[in-house]
Design a binder for this molecule. Structure first.
Ligand SMILES: Cc1cc2nc3c(=O)[nH]c(=O)nc-3n(C[C@H](O)[C@H](O)[C@H](O)COP(=O)(O)OP(=O)(O)OC[C@H]3O[C@@H](n4cnc5c(N)ncnc54)[C@H](O)[C@@H]3O)c2cc1C
Length: 403
């Protein structure tokens, strides 16, 4: 079998590498001209995602390029601790830790592995259309440059705005705006600031949420999570960086001076992102065309689970294709095995969006009270999220096949 994978973000390479382990060939088609190794802020890859990387033999590389996180501290506007969540025991408890790494950096590690295993990546190939052949139900992908490619199946790993999804599910709901608009930057950590390393600091400012993390490189990545209405997204994105910095300084005027110091010291270009997620879809494939990663279950980043969820799904899809020779039966088994988890993580991520953005004084007070006991209250849920593991060697039994 020979498959086509659309998109070389995080999901596409994990799928290609997993398919190769399953003895299935694939080619990745990516719209970018060249790799975007410099993009993105820091992402947290939890134990479930790291266990996928471990199966692929990439955990140590990612660990070396990023840093193992010891925990998350939730603080109030003045920097006073509300509660700390220990992540330092993850490796021992779940077999892999929680790693903080720049998004472009994990992309680079995955892509280099794809290259070194001889899996082909075709750059500057923007998908335009997909046809399913009548004779043998295989797929033909057409690209914007006028070329076409053929494969026994096609998987859309083309992110939240997936064209693959729009082609096979033209009536499906569009991505939904969560109300959160993130502005962030990276700066050399000012010498006068003492910031603990390997700890993610979440701060509930008086007006808006502010987070920061000291990277392996010694630089500090920070972001502010602001609430803006959907109709203002374009206008807010167009605001020049220097003006945005002044807005942030004003928004965090009553908060710890450290936040303002980080904003002021930032010279790099700011990142401005409106945060969307996807509704839960009932169907994840059509004939020989399937969806995985953000293309089918993009979640808000507020639980730090999107990349892990995407990697889990990609590996599970490859496993289903290894064990169930009929492509559509394999897709159907994959959908069944993954839908529940995707729904659960989406709900948890949305809950965090609401928790991070509460402005009302009384609700903030209640939030902080609940937060103080939150790790204990949600222990089982956290164990369930982090402890999820795909046993690559365990065979999948096809529950769809008619006897
Ligand atoms: C601000 C932010 C913070 C985040 N933080 C975390 C975190 O802490 N932890 C975590 O686990 N997750 C986090 N995430 C989520 C995580 O980044 C995503 O879940 C993950 O990147 C999804 O990977 P993907 O490969 O499915 O999609 P993408 O990374 O979006 O990759 C899609 C690829 O497809 C390509 N493509 C798109 N359309 C076409 C086309 N028509 N033809 C060809 N190629 C195409 C794109 O160029 C891209 O390379 C965060 C996301 C954001 C926005």
């Amino acid at each position: 079998m020979n498959g086509m994978i659309i998109g070389c973000g995080i999901t596409g390479p994990v799928l290609a590498l997993s398919l190769k382990r399953a003895g299935i060939d694939s080619v990745i088609y990516e719209e970018q001209e060249t790799p975007l190794d410099h993009v993105g802020l820091v992402i947290y890859v939890g134990p479930s995602g790291c266990n996928v990387l471990k199966t692929l033999g990439l955990y140590d590389k990612v660990k070396q390029s990023g840093s193992v996180s010891n925990g998350v501290e939730f603080n109030n506007h003045a920097g006073k601790n509300i509660v700390s969540v220990d992540l330092g025991n993850h490796e021992q408890k779940f077999g892999a830790g929680t790693i903080a790494i720049k998004r472009g950096e994990i992309n680079r590690i995955l892509r280099e592995e794809v290259d070194s295993q001889g899996i082909k990546i075709e750059w500057k190939k923007r998908l335009k259309d997909i046809q399913i052949t009548k004779e043998d139900s295989s797929t033909i992908a057409s690209f914007e440059d006028g070329t076409k490619s053929h494969g026994d199946f096609l998987v859309g790993c083309d992110g939240i705005n997936s064209l693959t999804r729009q082609i096979i599910m033209p009536d499906a709901s569009k991505p939904q705006y969560t109300g959160s608009f993130v502005i962030g930057g990276t700066t050399d950590t000012p010498e006068n600031l003492t910031i603990p390393s390997n700890v993610l600091l979440f701060n509930f400012g008086k007006k808006e949420f502010f987070a920061y993390y000291v990277m392996q490189s010694g630089k500090t990545v920070w972001w502010s999570d602001t609430r803006i209405p959907e109709e203002s997204i374009g206008e807010k994105r167009a605001i020049p960086d220097e003006s945005w910095k002044n807005i942030l300084l004003e928004q965090h005027r009553e908060d710890s001076a450290l936040f303002s110091e980080l904003v002021r010291s930032t010279n790099d270009k700011l990142i401005k992102l409106s945060i969307h997620d996807l509704p839960s879809f009932d169907v994840w494939f059509k004939g020989p065309v399937c969806l995985t990663g953000d293309a089918i279950h993009a979640v808000a980043p507020h639980a730090g689970q999107g990349a892990s969820l995407a990697m889990e799904s990609a590996m599970m899809l490859a496993k289903c294709m290894r064990d169930i020779p009929d492509v559509e039966y394999a897709f159907s088994a994959y959908q069944k095995l993954r839908q529940g988890r995707a729904k659960k993580i989406k709900k948890m991520s949305r809950r965090n969006v609401d928790m991070f953005s509460t402005r009302n004084l009384a609700r903030r007070w209640i939030r902080n009270l609940i937060l103080a006991v939150f790790p204990k209250l949600t222990k089982n849920q956290q164990d369930d999220v982090h402890g999820y593991q795909i046993d690559w060697n365990k065979k999948i039994v096809n529950t769809n096949r008619q006897s």
